[in-house]
Write a new protein. Structure first.
Length: 348
């Protein structure tokens, strides 16, 4: 049996999308490998002893918090490093170019650049991300486009399971659109609220997501607006995954207003659920949803564009998408990882 290790920054395991993805990928890949008699397993690295029997290490994110571990693997072992990038350009390309070259002080951009350029392999999620990495950091080596995936079987089970929602009344969900994401500026909820207030929206939106404690002014403003317009907005702090999927399936559709996303897992889940979506016109998101029906795009910085997209969403419609067409579900995407490991890691 051949083993590929992966590293998750321990203090973020329950909070970051990349960390959740890493643990889920381990479980899904190993089930797939066992079912198909593939002699590869993914294992999590907890301590130094776990490095002894593995062929390579996957590190999720070219992030400064992962840098000490990255350096340790580079300097103390001969293991191949697979860096799973999570990058969307959010400032001028010249800023990345400049700070990538400045050695002192050691900026986060400089650290990201060093990790990307010295890793043995870099995974990207989209062609858009691949192009951005090349422009921002001058990467000339190969970048491998491998999908960020979701479990469509569990989503189908949750949406069809007969249970009552504990977090919110199902009759309220039936009359509402749903917006999912941590409450913070990058997720752009306040822009949605201001847009719908300004244009006197007659529908209802349920926001679901924990508040980001780093943005107290933003979350305070969000809560104030919610309390002032209870006929239009409801806030639910948290939903377990089964309740969230059930809520999405019974809602009028998903609103996805982010300013910064690699792919946006909630939008991918909504595609599997089969509901209409009004989503940000980010190139990364559009690349993932290009074959998905029932999607309306808007400029996330324009209140008029947001309002028009949401107001034009069809009500209580189930979109007849074919799951077989989705490259971002585990059933379709895991083979690409097997092929990569066999060709680039195990054949060496």
């Amino acid at each position: 049996m051949d083993y590929i290790g992966y590293f998750v920054y321990p203090f973020h395991e329950k909070y970051g999308g990349a960390e959740v993805r890493a643990v889920e990928f381990e479980n899904e890949f190993n089930l797939y490998a066992e079912k198909n008699d593939i002699n590869i397993r993914i294992v999590r690295i907890h301590n130094e002893n776990d490095l002894e029997n593995i062929k390579a290490v996957i590190i999720y994110g070219a992030h400064y918090k992962n840098y000490p571990f990255f350096q340790y693997i580079k300097e103390r072992t001969d293991l191949k490093i697979i860096l799973s990038s999570v990058f969307v350009q959010n400032t001028n390309i010249l800023i990345y170019n400049l700070f990538s070259r400045i050695k002192r002080p050691q900026s986060t951009i400089r650290i990201t650049s060093q990790m990307l350029k010295t890793a043995d392999y870099v995974f990207t999620n989209t062609n858009t991300e691949k192009a951005s990495l090349r422009k921002a950091f001058g990467i000339k080596s190969d970048l491998y486009n491998l999908p960020n995936m979701i479990n469509s079987n569990s989503i189908d089970f949750f949406k069809n399971e007969n249970f009552n929602l504990e977090e919110i009344r199902i009759d309220k969900i039936n009359k509402s659109y749903i917006c999912v994401g941590r409450i913070e500026p990058l997720k752009n909820q306040i822009k949605i609220i201001n847009s719908l207030i300004k244009y006197k929206f007659k529908g209802h939106v349920v926001f679901v997501g924990r508040k980001n404690a780093e943005y107290k002014d933003y979350t305070a403003q969000f809560e104030k607006l919610i309390s002032e317009y209870p006929e239009t907005f409801t806030y639910v702090k948290f939903m377990e995954k089964p309740s969230l999927i059930k809520s999405m399936f019974n809602s009028k559709g998903l609103i996805f207003p982010s300013l910064f996303e690699t792919t946006g897992r909630t939008a991918l889940e909504a595609a599997v659920v089969g509901i209409p979506m009004a989503v940000s016109n980010l190139p990364t998101v559009k690349e993932y949803l290009k074959d998905v029906k029932g999607v309306t795009y808007f400029n996330p910085k324009s209140e008029k564009s947001i309002y028009r997209a949401i107001d034009s969403m069809p009500e209580n419609m189930i979109v007849n998408n074919k799951k077989d067409d989705f490259f971002f579900i585990y059933e379709n995407g895991l083979e690409t990882y097997v092929n990569f490991f066999e060709k680039h890691i195990l054949a060496c």
